[in-house]
Design a protein around this ligand. Structure first.
Ligand SMILES: *Cc1c(COP(=O)(O)O)cnc(C)c1O
Length: 231
């Protein structure tokens, strides 16, 4: 049986509310980011119609038509790996960039944001799992990274992001999510950033409940929530 968008949203909402109840978190602490990278402009418009206003895209090429037609209706999150030469395409369009993972990228975002006289909210992507294939700073480089970007006044660092490895059992992702939360708490305890880091962007379709239990504030849901175009 095929589920319509409304059914998917209700299903996901129920699961989020259940896990919030069990882990004594408030539903409003968690912001759903509907990942629309698999779907068309029309389907993305339906997502907005359904009241999901935070949209995630991982490549400008996939996002461009949707952003051009719908940008005034939503809050846009850039969640994918960002090449330095693509910063010019996304800057000023996406309210959040979740994938700041290297100094050269920070420099470029700072430069472009400064020239436009805007501030950009960024999350620092950390490779907690240590998988070779994953983007993100190694945790041991996070301290020096924050120091290096501390003077970049057009960057507003609001949190950390990570991707868990693909595993057979979602439970196996828990140490990764917990690791990101502990890293954030440690950074805040030591006052490494101007303002405390509030956000943890973690959890996707296969593991969002574990991520919420471990403190996620943004969950990035594509297939389970929005579906893919052929659905
Ligand atoms: C595609 C993508 C997601 C959503 O993945 P699903 O498993 O379909 O929910 C989340 N985060 C990032 C960075 C992605 O690229």
């Amino acid at each position: 049986m095929q589920l319509g968008l409304q059914d998917r949203i209700e299903h996901v909402e129920q699961r989020i509310e259940e896990v919030c109840k069990q882990s004594r978190r408030k539903r409003e602490e968690i912001q759903l980011v509907a990942v629309t990278k698999y779907v068309s402009v029309a389907k993305t418009a339906q997502v907005l119609d359904a009241g999901l206003l935070h949209l995630g895209e991982n490549r400008w090429q996939n996002a461009e038509d949707k952003w051009n037609q719908l940008h005034e209706r939503g809050v846009w999150h850039f969640i994918g790996h960002l090449q330095t030469n693509k910063v010019k395409d996304v800057i000023g369009k996406f309210e959040y960039i979740h994938s700041l993972d290297r100094l050269s990228l920070a420099k470029e975002i700072q430069k472009k944001a400064s020239s436009m006289d805007i501030r950009v909210k960024v999350l620092v992507q950390v490779n907690i799992s240590g998988e070779e294939s994953k983007y993100g700073l190694p945790p041991e480089q996070v301290d020096s990274f924050f120091e290096q970007i501390s003077a970049f006044s057009n960057l507003e660092v609001v949190g950390l992001m990570t991707m868990a490895p693909e595993v057979d059992h979602a439970e196996m992702t828990r140490p990764v999510f917990r690791g990101l939360r502990e890293l954030r708490d440690d950074i805040n305890n030591r006052g490494l950033t101007k303002n405390p880091l509030t956000h943890l962007s973690m959890g996707m379709s296969g593991d969002f409940e574990i991520a919420i239990e471990e403190g996620a504030t943004f969950v990035r849901l594509g297939s389970i929530l929005v579906g893919k175009e052929e659905d």
